[in-house]
Design a protein around this ligand. Sequence first.
Ligand SMILES: [Zn+2]
Length: 331
Amino acid sequence: MGEKPAFAEGFWSLGKNSHAWMVPNGSWGETNIGLIRGERESLLIDTGWDLRIMREVLDHAAPLLEGAPITQVINTHSDGDHCWGNQLFADTPIIATDAAIAAMHHHTPFECAALKCACSVLRHLPVGAPRKFASYMHTMFRPYHFAGIRLTAPTTGFSGRTAISLGAETVKIIEVGPGHSAGDCLVHLPDRKIVFAGDILFAGVTPVAWSGPIANITAALKLLLTLNATTIVPGHGPLATPAHVQAQIDYWDYVQSALAPHRRSGTLPHIAARKILESPAFRATPFASWPCPERLVTSAHIFYETPTPAPKILMRQASIAYEEARLPLLS
Ligand SMILES: [Zn+2]
């Protein structure tokens, strides 16, 4: 996005032949990607927003993959910045939640390419609001190349939880959506004490709920804290600590309690979001310094539309958290 990088872009070692391609500063499309090497095979977690990005990552990955090519891919969810590089792995099994696979066709690279093109023209309009919107979208899309991307669906879906093998090692995949998106999952490598959180977690960056309910996001973040990981890779932002995770829980708690009275009084969600962002109370919070505060507008709409969390899903989350906390493997 052209901002001063807060951390170095590229592969970061997570120990034990584990790496994450980290992209500062975690804004739109600045998406982290995981690379886990086993004995003779490797696992890739997410595939970036465009082919140029994914090819660059693969170029840098080549020395790490010698003797252990990528044999499996996981998409943490359906957002394009996590799965639009899938076509480069057309012969490789790709796994995601059933809900994520169903949602992958809701937005297409062609739509983004068309919108990018339209915004590059509309941002020169003399009219205020459309020009501002077009400028915003233009800034978001400018670094990315959507031409030539073919939506490539995962080959395997699951719901609830599943596990795959990386050699003798077990990789757990836990469905925690709908929340950020329709079909979010966490990827947990218990032997390495690593979790890839996808966009359930933005570290030091304003998160967004595209799907909701928001209560599922906070339930997933709490579950993440029970996994006893020493390394937490967020979908966006730097490597996370439990403090980053707690800060996201605090953000969601804060905005939900700030939005609730606006919803009760009938204030439109985008007006409510603006009032909150401009309030001295919000400006005094640590969240005020996070990039992309405007994402609250989207999350406010979702909060209004999904006021009551689905009990079945929350119960499932609670039972997963309970099971995970009991697992001796994780103690
Ligand atoms: Zn993302």
